[in-house]
Ligand binder design. Structure first.
Ligand code: G1P
Ligand code: ZN
Length: 543
């Protein structure tokens, strides 16, 4: 094996965000750009060096080229074994599962999640640690610091390998095990959920559509839903992963998964609909003529966890990100379980999951998951829902309404103002932060402010503190307004305003969400001076 050492120079813009390093493909194609970042992973991550490394991605444009380079760099850096998804494909949760199952030294996952793919679109790379989860800040910081000083990387003068044939190949002295991308993940799902019961549900004529959005979950959904659970062929649509996701935006929400939403709200609607994103970690769930908010979904999975064999009697606690609605808190309280409020971003759940403090967790941004892996998991959420539907034999709408009758309804919406001027957005938040001290006790319309602060998280496991995580304004009746700036936007700033009202009265559970929240929305707009500061008359996106 002849290792080549190539002289290189730092790029200075390789700071990984909450979900890794994300840039346009064109940037990744710059000579040495990907190589530098990968070398910095090997220069800084020395845990379990003899354990295998898991590698795979969501199949977007540049996935294959990136993997060939990563394999050569890994071998040149003394990595002994790589576990690679066939064709370079691994969904993010499937990669997390493989890392855990193989006690790996970590994983390199190639994805830009729900961002569009293609030669002019986005690509991304991230390192997951041996627990299977996204690298914590101290790890991403170490990698970033290394990228600022790098002056060489190691690689091999070796040809590309065939990524598509299962089995073992050598890259230099390094073994590469090309494994079926789906089977280990599907087996895990089969251990968590009652597949017999779900199979019986499909046999009874239950109809669903799963929209894979031409992203990574297609092969997973086909194997699990159609092959193992007997759903009719054609249940999975847009099931072939494409390098550009068919030109679409692989984000499962009512805007980008419109085709699915229209079908579920149309005359021929099936019983159940679901979609997942580019790399398979997000999920959207719909019933016939019914949209389930991700916040409600988390609460409902928790309330019904006893119906799934993998969770029956095994829930230690629940966590939700701060802006996620407080519906899950009510379930936790009723079940006598601890409930944690964490900053936005999946990585904050990792410590709680590793410490066994929680079993279920979720975010309002279409992310739900559990301790089965260390990433959110789209298909897992869909199967959890199917398990509940199979056990209860009620419609999605009936199940959610019954949940509201028991726990009350948390009306919830998110208003996004995208690509606003960064200075204006920061000033808006700074002003709210300064004003927050004076708000408690104030009457705003029919709402009395209970507390107002800039959310500060004290991690109960490692005592680390994350400050300035968003402005929370809580009202006496349990309603809330939250303001925060996105950490994933690529243009200017994105202001997110989250509005929530608690309604215990079942007679008022069928209002239109925007109408039910109209007064709070108005308060939120005026309190922050959104129109004056951003020049925007209306949000870019309402969820
Ligand atoms: C968004 C979501 C957040 C999620 C993140 C990564 O981050 O709001 O819940 O964890 O994407 O998928 P934001 O842009 O709000 O910082
Ligand atoms: Zn994703």
């Amino acid at each position: 094996m002849s290792v080549e050492t190539i002289t290189t120079q730092p790029f200075k813009d390789q700071k990984p965000g909450t979900s890794g390093l994300r840039k346009k493909v064109k940037v990744f194609e710059t000579p040495n750009y990907l190589e530098n970042f990968v070398q910095c992973i090997f220069d800084t991550q020395h845990e379990q060096p003899d354990a295998p490394l898991v590698v795979g991605g969501d199949g977007r444009y540049y996935n294959r080229q990136a993997i060939q380079k990563i394999l050569r760099i890994a071998a040149a850096n003394g990595c002994t074994r790589v576990i690679l998804g066939q064709g370079g494909i691994l969904s993010t949760p499937a990669a997390s599962n493989l890392i855990r199952q193989h006690n790996a030294r970590g994983g390199i996952i190639l994805s830009a999640s729900h961002n569009p793919g293609g030669p002019d679109e986005d690509f991304g790379i991230k390192f997951n640690t041996p627990n299977g989860g996204p690298a914590p800040e101290k790890v991403t910081e170490a990698i970033y610091t290394a990228t600022l000083h790098i002056n060489r990387y190691h690689t091999l003068d070796e040809p590309d390998i065939d990524l598509d044939t299962l089995g073992q190949v050598l890259v230099g002295d390094m073994e590469v095990d090309i494994v079926d991308s789906v089977s280990a993940y599907a087996d895990l799902m089969e251990r968590l959920f009652d597949f017999d019961q779900i199979r019986a549900l499909f046999q009874s004529g239950f109809r669903m559509r799963f929209d894979a959005m031409h992203a990574v979950t297609g092969p997973y959904a086909r194997e699990i839903l159609e092959n193992r659970l007997g759903a009719p062929v054609g249940t999975v649509v847009n099931g072939v992963p494409l390098e550009d996701f068919g030109g679409g935006h692989p984000d499962p929400n009512l805007v980008y998964a419109k085709e699915l939403a229209d079908y579920l709200f149309g005359p021929d609607a099936p019983d159940f609909g679901a979609a997942s994103d580019g790399d398979g970690d997000r999920n959207m769930v719909l019933g016939r003529h019914f949209f389930v908010t991700p916040s409600d979904s988390l609460a409902l999975l928790a309330a019904n966890a006893a119906l799934a064999p993998g969770y029956n009697g095994n829930i230690s606690g629940i966590a939700r990100s701060m802006p996620t609605s407080q519906a899950a808190d009510r379930v936790a309280a009723k079940l006598g379980l601890p409930c944690y409020e964490t900053p936005t971003g999946w990585k904050f759940f990792g410590n709680l999951l590793d410490a066994g403090k929680i079993t279920l967790c979720g975010e309002e941004s279409f992310g739900t998951g559990s301790d089965h892996v260390r990433e959110k998991d789209g298909l897992w959420a869909v199967l959890f829902w199917l398990n509940i539907l199979a056990a209860r034999r009620q419609s999605v709408a009936e199940i959610v309404r019954e949940h509201w009758r028991i726990y009350g309804r948390n009306y919830y919406t998110r208003h996004d103002y995208e690509a606003v001027d960064s200075t204006a957005a920061n000033e808006l938040v700074d002003t709210l932060r300064s004003a927050s001290a004076t708000l408690p006790g104030q009457q705003l319309g029919s709402y009395t402010v209970d507390y107002a602060d800039d959310f500060r998280y004290l991690d109960p496991v490692d005592a680390s503190v994350s400050a300035n995580q968003g402005i929370r304004i809580g009202f006496k009746d349990g309603s809330r307004i939250v303001y925060r700036l996105s950490g994933t936007g690529t243009q200017g700033a994105t202001l997110r305003v989250y509005i929530e009202a608690y309604e215990p009265d079942p007679a008022k559970h069928d209002l239109d969400t925007q109408q039910a929240l109209a007064e709070l929305i108005d308060i939120a707009n005026r309190l922050a001076g959104i129109r004056e500061r951003t020049g925007r008359e209306a949000p870019t996106v309402i969820t």
